[in-house]
Design a binder for this molecule. Sequence first.
Ligand SMILES: Cc1ncc(COP(=O)(O)O)c(C=O)c1O
Length: 278
Amino acid sequence: MSEIVYLNNQFINKEDAKISANDRGFIFADGVYEVIKYYNGKPFRYDDHLLRLKRSLSEMEIEYDNTENLESLFQELLSRNNLTGKHAGIYLQITRGEHKRVHHFPENISPTVYAFAYHMPSFTDYLENGIKVITHEDIRWQRCDIKSVSLLANSMIYNKAVKAGAGECVLIRDGFVTEATHSSVLGVKNGTVITRPLSNLILPGITRKAIHEICAENGIPFEEKAFTEAELFALDELIIAGTGSEVTPAVSVNGLPVGNGKPGEITRFIQQRFFELT
Ligand SMILES: Cc1ncc(COP(=O)(O)O)c(C=O)c1O
């Protein structure tokens, strides 16, 4: 069965999905995206994803007023790809649309809307045994709060992690940890979960928010506080969190063990509670 994707109001075979070479997504990376995971057919934190999408669109002044129809569109996409009721991901991308190449935002153009569904199992080995991570300077722009498709810096850095045999790369800006290339970063020190406060320098992660709630409900101290690279190496536990990463323990940083080099107790507890929510 061929894969069915959604493009500009149509469900079509993937091979037939074509966009203009003048699409501003192609020319300027002028677009936003979301990735939503469906667990046994149920989306995790759909409303949070929708709110974040609306915010990204609004920050980039992309006009798209059809967001209320997205949920049924995603269900249709799952159904047409035999993914209803399964663990599946939805990737949605909205670009400003097609226009002759000009640097300002052209008026009266319609956005290009593209979505596809895919089988999205958990990385059980990583969840169980943890991953290695490396560090790298955060060379991204200053609007990392927007979920923009402009991911070249993330991609360049993550590629280094893959080459180094690591599962993620923790980013350092001005000596402080920001996040990772496609995940949020949380540390555990003396029983307290710490993570950088939301700002223009990190994505407001939905998994990060769920972890915050889990901590609040279970009496685990949670502090939003920037921590340095030196503090990163002195953590008891390190969590790499995201829609794809879920709640993954990191067991070494640049080859040095985190804590005792095994997934920590608090990470394990949060992980279990997280999967109860999904
Ligand atoms: C840079 C970055 N930070 C954090 C996250 C985690 O966000 P979420 O938990 O909403 O998937 C992502 C996910 O794609 C990301 O790309």
